[in-house]
Design a protein around this ligand. Structure first.
Ligand SMILES: C[S@@+](CC[C@H](N)C(=O)[O-])C[C@H]1O[C@@H](n2cnc3c(N)ncnc32)[C@H](O)[C@@H]1O
Length: 377
């Protein structure tokens, strides 16, 4: 039985915990910015493949009290590193330090690296090298007070990198955040779903994945696939099952539609939709939200309008965007539920609606609210 930690956007911990329980994880406990859980290694693989709201899945390898270099070295030396990689492979160590014996991450990270390399040198005469880009064994050291935890990162590149996006919109929503927000709405995966300010179509693509039962991790690789203790049979079974589910689910795509006034955003959205495998199956239009006419009356609206931070020069135009969104909701969405990500409380007044839900959630460094509205039918 292994102990894991999955990280997510602040505010989406309950959504992540729910996803973990649905995967069969044991001892699921919400933490700030993530959830801990227990299971076998195959559960770690399934978590990378299936979790929509997680950005990382890490397995705890060692935990202990450390008061200085020697304690930390001994803790790192207590792990048998040859279980994960050979001396011919590569590793990288990320650190996070708070109130510990070290002021920053550089020294403790170096201590851990030395302990690992010394262990390999003692056994093989050679040591693995450090590689920042795509290391075989990405490690994370967390030092908090006198407690140290060492994790190995199952995913490698963050899990929100689904593998379909080549070009970024200027203010895209992280895919894992978009998926978590979508799950939080309770959308039934069947009602027509619309994003009237869709930018690069992150919500629409995550909605398509969700509705068609497509695992968000299909089509990308993970660090654990290169480890010595990987159970390739178990991984193959999980992957084949996810492929079969995606094939079966492909026909279940509901009406998904999006709109944006920016031609560049539209081009990126169309390209991303094509690369994600839904080319021609999601309706895209280019107009001002105030004039937008979706192909079907939406049952669910999810969107992330611009908010600009307070006192920013373009705050006026952000208000105009919210006003246009309000027009769209009143004109085209009778009977629908709408969820709007808001980073500036004053802007939401432009909608002329009263929210029934206000979920605190962070979009990068900005504290936001995921606002739920019911539009009168
Ligand atoms: C924060 S971005 C949305 C990002 C998107 N969620 C993504 O992941 O790429 C806001 C979008 O609203 C669009 N927008 C702003 N005002 C608009 C309006 N009045 N009508 C249509 N689109 C508008 C912008 O062009 C921009 O793409």
């Amino acid at each position: 039985m292994a102990r894991f930690y999955a990280a997510c956007t602040l505010g989406l911990e309950a959504v992540l915990a729910e996803e973990l329980r649905a995967l069969g994880a044991g001892a699921v406990a919400e933490r700030r910015g993530g959830a801990s859980f227990e299971g076998d290694l195959a559960l770690g693989y399934a978590a990378c493949l299936w979790l929509r709201s997680a950005v990382r899945v890490q397995q705890e390898l060692a935990r202990g009290q450390v008061h200085g270099r020697e304690d930390l070295y001994q803790l790192a030396a207590s792990v048998d590193w040859s279980v994960s990689i050979t001396h011919l492979q590569t590793l990288a160590i990320d650190g996070a330090v708070r109130d510990s014996f070290a002021n920053d991450t550089r020294f403790p990270v170096l201590v851990v690296k030395d302990a690992i390399c010394d262990q390999f040198r003692d056994h093989t005469g050679q040591r693995p090298s450090v590689e920042r880009d795509r290391p075989d064994l990405p490690l994370k050291l967390v030092l908090q007070g006198s407690e140290a935890i060492l994790y190995r990162d199952f995913g490698g590149p963050p899990l929100h990198k689904r593998g379909y996006r080549e070009i970024q919109h200027k203010s895209p929503l992280n895919e894992a955040t978009a998926a978590g927000l979508l799950l939080r709405t309770g959308w039934d995966r069947k009602a027509p779903l619309c994003d009237p300010l869709c930018g690069s179509a992150t919500f629409l693509i995550e909605a398509a994945f969700l509705a068609t039962d497509r695992a968000p991790g299909l089509g990308r690789s993970f660090a654990f696939e290169r480890w010595r203790d990987v159970d390739l049979d178990a991984w193959r079974r999980l992957y084949d099952d996810a492929e079969a589910r995606a094939m079966r689910g492909a026909a279940q795509l509901p009406v998904l539609c999006g709109n944006d006034r920016h031609p560049g955003a539209m081009a990126i959205a169309a390209q991303a939709i094509e690369a994600a495998g839904f080319g021609g199956r999601i309706d895209l239009q280019r107009s001002d939200a105030a004039d937008y006419q979706p192909p079907t009356r939406p049952g669910m609206v999810v969107t992330n309008p611009p908010y600009g931070e307070r006192l920013q020069p373009d705050a006026g135009s952000a208000a105009a965007s919210w006003h246009a969104l309000g027009n769209f909701l009143h004109r085209q969405c009778a009977g629908a539920e709408a969820w709007v990500l808001c980073g500036e409380p004053l802007l939401s007044r432009e909608l002329g609606l009263r929210s029934f839900a206000k979920v605190p959630v962070w979009n990068g460094p900005i504290e936001c609210r995921w606002l739920g509205y019911r539009i009168d039918g």
